[in-house]
Design a protein around this ligand. Sequence first.
Ligand SMILES: *Cc1c(COP(=O)(O)O)cnc(C)c1O
Length: 501
Amino acid sequence: MLQETQLTLKPDLAVDYLFDAHSKREYEEYIQKTVQYIKAFLDNDCFYSGESVEMLKSRKEGISVNSETNMSVDQALREVKDIFLDHAISFHHPNYVAHLNCPVLLPALVGDLIASSVNTAIETWDQSTSATLIEQEIIRWICHEMNFPSQSDGVFTSGGTQSNFKALLMARDHYAFTHYGINLKENGWSNEVSKFRIFCSEKSHFSIKKNAALLGMGYDSVIPVGTDEEMKMKTDALVQAIEKEKQQGNIPIAIVATAGTTDFGSFDPLETISKIAREYNIWFHVDGAYGGCYVLTDSHKHLLNGVEHADSMTIDFHKTLFQPVCSSAFLVRDKKYFRYISYYADYLNPLESRDEEHPNLIEKSIQTTRRFDALKLWFTLKVTGAKTLGSFLEAVHYLALDVYDSIKDDIYFEVAHRPELSTIVFRFKIPEISDEKKLDEVNLNIKNTLFNSGKASVASTKVNDKIYLKFTLLNPRSTKEDLFEIIKMIKEQGITYTTNN
Ligand SMILES: *Cc1c(COP(=O)(O)O)cnc(C)c1O
């Protein structure tokens, strides 16, 4: 009987796929084979094959899985090349200048391979041991870079969106608790919450509004504040907006300043905003998903002055520290704020066995099972070093200025701002065409044509309701010649399209 059970459970081959002491040889072999395929991906000429959606969908047989699927690793690798690697977007390619996706560093990949293979779960001490210490050390390091006080703390998150969520949750619960003695975590909804108001610049990330809605406060709780010609929050407008909401009987609870807006890389004036937050006794959150890592530069560090007064901060290492997704952190100036999130589960982290010596990071996270994402950054800091990372960030900033200088006086371009970080927002124009809708159409055509041909990936955004193009520069190996080449393609396509239409 026993033998029979074992037989059905143990077709030899299948067990060999488990990562354990029996499969060391296979592990090495598969990794080596995989590396060959990844190297071939690096040899792709274009940032994208340019395959149409119809062509990609036509490979649905390769994509499909069903309960009978059973192929060798070699077969599956060939398949994945065909359906994915040959058509994946190369963020390391100099002609990829669209979004906040960075090329990644080799030390980070080594760290990530270890983290994925060992598969540490970082939520409790008994699952993570020293992994917890490594994550805490990275948090300590970045809090120190930000000049946060000694009682500061933080935790890794899935990204800026989740970090901003936690910030608004804390702002909401902290206000309700300190002003009304209401414990939202335990008791749930209170009518006061519908009057809560959050202030951020009109250029802030959409996740502020989205999270406000997820937290039961609604889009309407987020009050957009106007920005100046450098795309920074106007602080007099901020005070006016707060006063206006108060007059209407609403309750200001938080200000979100952005350190590096997604489109313009602009830094809100943190020092002044921190004083306003203190005056009104409300939460001060800094969204540094994009610009936070510029604390490592000499050129931009001063723009983060004032962040040390923040109650909480978002920082994304997968945006600007050359880390594979996910690598991101949420920081607080006082570790006791985590009580708005903590939960004690009998089977994981019972309250009665709480022990500072054996910390359970789950108390700071809204996730339960969580990857050991800090390891790749630890590896990077040890090998690449923070100074080099800072110099990469400066390099991409200067590239953005090179592009700015090359097009600011060009009659075919209109530039929306002088780059403060590494993005530049601009628009192709034809001097004789004043119809804005026509120019919107031309700019969208440029973006789509360059993408579909695999020539370049440029982003688009809206400024004052007009379509603009955007470069987000994150590749320190790019040269200004690479970028001028894209500018040339944009101009050529813009002229071709307007001539033919
Ligand atoms: C990208 C971005 C976010 C969201 O971060 P994710 O890691 O994509 O979730 C939040 N704020 C700003 C300013 C960003 O640029």
